[in-house]
Design a protein around this ligand. Structure first.
Ligand code: B3K
Ligand code: ZN
Length: 881
């Protein structure tokens, strides 16, 4: 397996200006005729052979400028078609290939999902449709003629605008689509199938009348309205917020049920995992609605950040992904609650990206080398990439940031750009040197910032001393190079011990932000009348771990009085974390404890609930949610015992449920929906449901019997999937007949709803009990389960391996074995999904030694298996390195 390095980038020797595709859809013998208008690239090597990428293609015919190629002129290998002496002037290659969409279980290239023909080309799937220069810096104008059976594929969709359609014989018809915007091959898409449609129109700020449509499985049109509306809201938001308008006459979204990831931003034809399109109150939870809105927005926003400005090479992936995640996060914050959304973002970052950055798969936001690019669609590239963009805005201020974005779009429109191009736009706009800032893209690992505060009553000064340290991460390209200090924006404020903010000044603080640029720095505030409590990294202003010596009382002050909602939540989290880490390290048996730490936290939460829960239930539900098991494991860092963490967390939940019980029950009543109230997925309604269900969860932890009764009643009365699933989740944690019956009834009721069964699979896979392993094995034989469908694998197996720490890390190693077994069984079918599942082993070095040995053995078994895909062998190799 060859390694690709950023340092080796060279422009393509040839360019392709126009692509005419003629695709004749057939279940097993689809024929593709590609007419490519090529020319030598002035920036390439003159006279070089033309090497077109290909993968699992059957070559039927090839012609150069209308003539058959002479003997020896071309050479075909499994992964390439080489033209040895291409003309050194513009020329046309016509290539006819055949592919088998029904046999395509990798779900890359052209495949069939439930009978629907669809494509996935990012990162390198276009080469599975035709021979091509399959790299993002080769951009062409595409015209696609799609022909298919009228019965089986009445709907034929392509990129761009529809220019022609008609009959093609007795049973067949065709459609011609033209996309005027030059694009890389990874943005190509087509769809052919029997699909239902909902549509609307949107007039852009430039006066363009756009037809928007969402295509779904026939009969499910009613579940597509929310996604359709989210498209229009995304279009309006991007105009308002970034001045970006849509640039084609149609915007189509198609939902398919077999999809390797969430969705794909193909130009004018976004293809989605149906999980992120279909929603109805009866089948989708509030979290589903929020995800749908966010992913619709994300893919739509790519139209500018990704499509109009694309990436020069795959090392620049964060250029489109980090930026677009930042944009979708801003959208959700504007459409919903900003502080609540920020907390959700940080929870994801800490649960997914921090472990990645601390484990064997750590890599810089812009990697310097890869073996399999599909393994780099990671939390680091996406989520940490978004944090870098957010820091840039914090450093430059919102106006300059917006100016920089405008400049980036203006200078890079129609180009395949780099991270350097992106930063250059902001440097030019702000007049600042962003060289040191750019290290965020190059250095892997989560920085730690240690802060200590000293008050000098005589001088009336308050000093904050900062020290940043970066882990040394050995990556493929930079083996253990010493990390250099990062530019870290610290949004901060000082809080008076009795509440209220301290108006202290320091010339190093501008608009509430101090910029830490060196390894160690001190910040002095003058005229401080009494010792304040520092509120640091407000809004989580940098993706770092903070070590500061705040006392418990100081944190309680922040929880009660900080003007920054994020840091109020953070104060509660850090109080809880301290208790959890202490208890986990002590390995205490399971009982609700009444230590002073626990009691202090409970009292503070009681006051908080009394004063504020009804005013902002969504925020309150987050304050009540303890740090997750993975986060506790990260904080402990080494020799982790997942069972001890679970017990610690469970004991604190029991304690909170017991001490806050009456309040929590009162809140449930106060927040009950009036009977017959219409459903709304909006953030406020969702927040009320979230707090009611968080209360149910804690009450049940303390009193399983009473909780079971409440949950059963809720299950019966529920009018939303959110409430029904929350009740079932609560029941799933209480062993016994009630649970088994409720699970059986739910499974029966939704047996024809795969997306709902996914939730049912996931719940059962996450039960923290030894019986879960057998349960998961059993469910793998359920008629609705299939290794061929990525959603099923993710909901059942990945939920077990990635979201059930005690059972994945079973002391006997059986959780590791199951995961390894499924990875190997899946690898031959769908390497991308198999590789993703294998990342569950990311934390294997952190667990205590007996588990570690078993995890390593399972990983080795995978690594040593014959005939591994590049995807799985890359993850296995790096995990063991
Ligand atoms: N760009 C796609 C991800 C493609 C993943 C390829 N393995 C979806 C997105 O981030 O919008
Ligand atoms: Zn994306």
């Amino acid at each position: 397996q060859t390694i690709v390095r950023l340092a080796d980038y060279r422009p393509s020797d040839y360019l392709i200006d126009r692509v005419d595709l003629d695709v004749r859809l057939h279940p097993t013998e689809t024929r593709v005729t590609a007419t490519l208008a090529l020319r030598p690239n002035p920036a390439g090597a003159p006279g070089a052979p033309l090497i077109l990428d290909g993968d699992e293609l059957t070559l039927l015919a090839i012609a150069l400028d209308g003539q058959p190629t002479g003997p020896g002129a071309i050479e075909v290998t499994p992964r390439a078609l080489t033209l040895h002496q291409p003309p050194q002037r513009p020329f046309v290659l016509e290539i006819e290939t055949q592919v088998n969409p029904s046999a395509n279980t990798k779900l890359m290239g052209l495949y069939r999902s439930n009978g629907v023909y669809c494509t996935q080309c990012e990162a390198d799937g276009f080469r599975r449709i035709t021979y091509f220069l399959d790299r993002p810096d080769v951009m062409a104008v595409y015209t696609t003629r799609i022909e298919g059976n009228r019965e089986a594929a009445p709907v034929l969709l392509g990129n761009g605008n529809l220019v022609e359609r008609g009959e093609a014989g007795p049973e067949r018809h065709y459609a011609v689509w033209h996309d005027p915007h030059p694009k890389p091959a990874y943005l190509f898409a087509l769809v052919g199938g029997r699909l239902g449609r909902v549509g609307s129109r949107f007039t852009t700020m430039e006066g363009r009348d756009v037809e928007i449509a969402v295509y779904v499985e026939p009969g499910k049109e009613g579940r597509a309205d929310f996604a359709l509306d989210a498209v229009a809201r995304s279009m309006a938001w991007d105009e308002r917020t970034f001045g970006r308008a849509y640039d084609l006459d149609v915007f189509n979204v198609v939902a398919v049920s077999d999809f390797n990831m969430g969705a794909m931003e193909n130009k004018g034809l976004n293809i989605f995992n149906d999980k992120y399109v279909l929603a109805s109150p009866d089948t989708a939870t509030d979290a589903d609605y929020a995800n749908i809105e966010a992913i619709i927005a994300h893919e739509y926003f790519h139209n500018w950040s990704g499509n109009r400005v694309t990436c020069r090479d795959w090392f620049q992936l964060c250029l489109k992904e980090g930026l677009t995640v930042f944009r979708d996060q801003e959208f959700s914050s504007d459409e919903r609650s900003r502080p609540v959304h920020r907390i959700a973002e940080v929870r994801t970052l800490r649960a997914r990206q921090f472990p990645e950055d601390a484990g064997p798969l750590a890599h810089p936001v812009r990697p310097q080398a890869y073996r399999e690019i599909n393994n780099f669609y990671t939390a680091t590239v996406y989520e940490k990439g978004a944090e870098i963009v957010r820091m840039l805005r914090t450093l430059l201020g919102p106006e300059t940031f917006r100016g920089g974005m405008d400049r980036y779009f203006a200078t890079c429109d129609g180009k395949a750009a780099t991270v350097e191009d992106f930063l250059a736009a902001f440097a030019a706009e702000s007049g600042r040197d962003l060289t040191a800032f750019s290290r965020w893209y190059e250095q892997a690992g989560t920085p730690t910032v240690a802060v200590s505060g000293t008050y000098d009553p005589a001088a009336q000064t308050y000093t904050l001393a900062f020290r940043q340290s970066l882990p040394v991460v050995a990556t493929e390209a930079a083996a253990g190079a010493a990390p250099r200090p990062l530019v870290i924006p610290v949004a901060l404020g000082l809080v008076a011990p009795e509440g209220g903010s301290v108006e202290a000044v320091s010339e190093r603080v501008r608009d509430g932000v101090f910029v830490l640029e060196t390894a160690e720095e001190s910040l002095v505030f003058a005229n401080v009348a009494a010792a304040p409590v520092p509120s640091l990294f407000r809004g989580f202003s940098a993706p770092v771990k903070v070590e500061h010596a705040l006392t418990r009382d100081e944190r309680l002050t922040l929880l009660a009085h900080d003007g920054d909602a994020f840091n109020r939540w953070q104060a509660a989290q850090s109080l809880a974390m301290e208790v959890l880490v202490d208890r986990a390290k002590a390995g205490a048996p399971l009982k609700p404890e009444t230590g002073p730490a626990g009691a202090g936290l409970t009292r503070a939460l009681a006051t908080f609930l009394d004063d504020e829960a009804l005013a902002d239930p969504a925020f309150a539900s987050l304050v009540l949610t303890l740090p997750g098991e993975q986060e506790v494991a990260q904080t402990i860092g080494a020799e982790v015992d997942p069972d001890a963490i679970w017990r610690a967390r469970q004991s604190l939940r029991m304690q909170l449920g017991r001490d806050l019980g009456p309040r929590l029950l009162a809140l449930r009543d106060a927040l009950a929906e009036p009977p017959g109230a219409p459903f709304s997925p909006d953030a406020a309604s969702a927040g009320r449901r979230a707090l009611r269900n968080a209360a149910l969860d804690l009450v049940t932890a303390a009193d399983p019997e009473a909780g079971t009764a409440l949950a059963l009643a809720q299950l019966d009365a529920a009018t939303t999937m959110t409430d029904r699933l929350a009740a079932l989740a609560t029941l799933s944690l209480v062993p016994g007949e009630a649970r088994e019956e409720a699970l059986a009834r739910f499974g029966e009721a939704y047996r024809h709803e795969p997306l709902v069964l996914d939730k049912w699979f996931a719940l059962q896979a996450m039960i923290p009990e030894a019986g879960t392993l057998a349960r998961v094995r059993g469910l793998m034989n359920h008629p609705a389960f299939s290794l061929g469908n990525p959603n099923r694998v993710r909901s059942l197996v990945a939920s077990f391996s990635l979201n059930n720490p005690t059972q994945f890390h079973r002391p006997d190693g059986a959780g590791y074995d199951l995961t390894a077994e499924v990875v190997l069984a899946l690898d031959g079918k769908n390497p991308q999904v198999a590789a993703r599942l294998l990342t569950a082993f990311n934390t294997w070095r952190m667990v205590e030694s007996e588990r570690r040995l078993r995890a390593e053995a399972a990983l080795r078994r995978v690594a040593d298996a014959p005939g591994l895909s590049p995807d799985v062998s890359d993850i296995a190799g790096r995990s063991l390195a």
